[in-house]
Design a protein around this ligand. Structure first.
Ligand code: PHE
Length: 431
């Protein structure tokens, strides 16, 4: 449950719909789902089993299984990616939370403060809310990944789902929404090109929290009676479903906003996306609903989104904190403030220069995470070796012998996943 909570976050509700809208709608969705199940799921099983077998964190796991220090680089790469992703993730998480106040101020007629907060180019406001998020994350990580997160996740995830469904029901009848549904669900396969595949792969790793060892840590909290394969399948399925449902709200909402005169497409017909897209178009939907009901929905939605983001910032920070604890033998408290401080400092820069979001996101999510996934697959497949990994997977999975999974997983983790990732990164699929 904690892993599912860590997986569901801005990746589903902010990043997935934006990437889909930017990269050809339904065709992107199609490739994305294939990436999640064909590449993401086997890698997730690898990460979780690494964690449970070694009972260590993202870096310690590699040390525990091989004396060769070169493999620590895999863990270290995860630390870099996790830290850089977190540095812009907190800024966007800050926008989710500030929107709660924008909606309230708007409703009570305090247009001044509302206008200040809604302006995502205001660096000072960005820092304020990002810092709030960072400090909240630090306080939770300081205490270790706790039951509290699991409890929050258990109530939050179903609520978020219900919220999304209610909002979809209210948005689809609005003018323009039908065009969005068409763009989202009617694939034009001629749109599949190098960029689309690369970004779909990156999106699958980002949304499933893969490639940086975040799930190694969660794996170490699983007990021997838990079925790792089944857990991975549940996390993947729930994460993909929530992303799909979020798309069904956001993509039509883009077209609703357009129908109301908000410029979302440029003259050439391409989306003027930018990282703040969903925060520009969702308020239009809430406005259309209107009244105290519209306000209630807006406030609940942005609060839930903030909590979903918080469970993700926790797992992102935990990667680097456990690295520092492990490697430099510092106390958890010190390590948390140290890494939180370093990442928070980068976030200050991002807050003032929003162009950094796109750059960091492309380098460390679209490329960085699949590279991490490639290295993890190679490590599990060829260094730890699949027979040893499968010994681990048998715990909690009584019918493992002769199962379909037993037959195909080694093939995926040794050959199919690394080769596919490699080909996609080097642009050898579409030529
Ligand atoms: N999966 C999270 C999301 O969708 C982001 C994340 C990535 C969290 C990697 C942890 C590790 O928002």
């Amino acid at each position: 449950m904690a892993a599912a909570g860590g997986a569901v976050g801005l990746g589903n509700i902010w990043r997935f719909p934006t990437e889909t809208a930017e990269n050809g709608g339904a065709a992107f969705l199609f490739v994305y789902v294939i990436c999640c199940f064909l590449i993401g799921l086997p890698v997730m099983v690898a990460e979780l089993s690494l964690g449970r077998a070694t009972q260590r964190n993202a870096v310690g796991a590699f040390n525990a299984l091989s004396k060769n220090p070169i493999y620590q680089a895999v863990g270290f790469w995860g630390v870099i990616c996790g830290s850089m992703i977190l540095s812009f993730y907190v800024v966007i998480a800050g926008w989710s939370f500030s929107n709660v106040f924008v909606e309230i101020f708007d409703y009570v007629g305090m247009t001044g403060p509302a206008t200040t907060l809604v302006d995502t180019s205001n660096g000072v406001v960005n820092i304020l809310f990002a810092a709030l998020f960072m400090v909240a994350t630090i306080f939770i990580v300081r205490g270790g990944v706790s039951e509290g997160i699991e409890r929050a996740t258990k109530t939050m995830m179903p609520l978020l789902l219900v919220m999304l469904l209610v909002l979809i029901g209210l948005t689809l009848p609005m003018e323009g929404a039908a065009d969005g549904v068409k763009a989202y669900l009617q694939p034009d396969f001629s749109q599949i090109d190098r960029e689309l595949i690369l970004y779909a792969l990156g999106q699958s790793f980002f949304s499933l929290s893969l490639g940086l060892g975040a799930l190694i840590t969660y794996g170490s909290y699983l007990s021997k009676s838990d079925n790792v394969v089944q857990s991975a399948a549940i996390v993947t399925l729930s994460d993909v479903s929530i992303a799909f449902i979020a798309g069904l709200l956001i993509i039509p909402a883009i077209y609703v906003a357009q129908a109301q005169g908000i410029q979302v497409f440029d003259d050439a017909g391409s989306l003027i996306a930018g990282p703040a897209l969903i925060f520009n178009i969702l308020p239009v939907v809430f406005d259309n609903i209107g009244g105290i009901f519209g306000l209630g929905l807006a406030v609940t939605f942005f609060l839930l989104l903030s909590v979903a983001a918080l469970t993700s910032t926790i797992s992102l920070l935990e990667v680097s904190v456990s690295y520092v604890i492990d490697e430099f033998n510092v106390a958890r408290n010190t390590a948390t403030w140290l890494m939180g401080g370093v990442i928070g400092t980068i976030a200050i820069w991002v807050s003032f220069d929003l162009g950094m979001i796109d750059i960091l996101d492309t380098v460390f999510s679209a490329y960085g995470l699949p590279i991490g996934g490639l290295l993890i697959s190679l490590f599990v497949g060829w260094v730890w070796k699949t027979p040893a990994a499968m010994e681990e997977l048998k715990h909690g999975f009584p019918s493992f012998e002769n199962s379909f999974f037993q037959k195909v997983w080694p093939l995926f983790i040794r050959f199919i996943c690394p080769i596919l990732i490699f080909l996609i990164l080097l642009d050898l699929v579409t030529g």
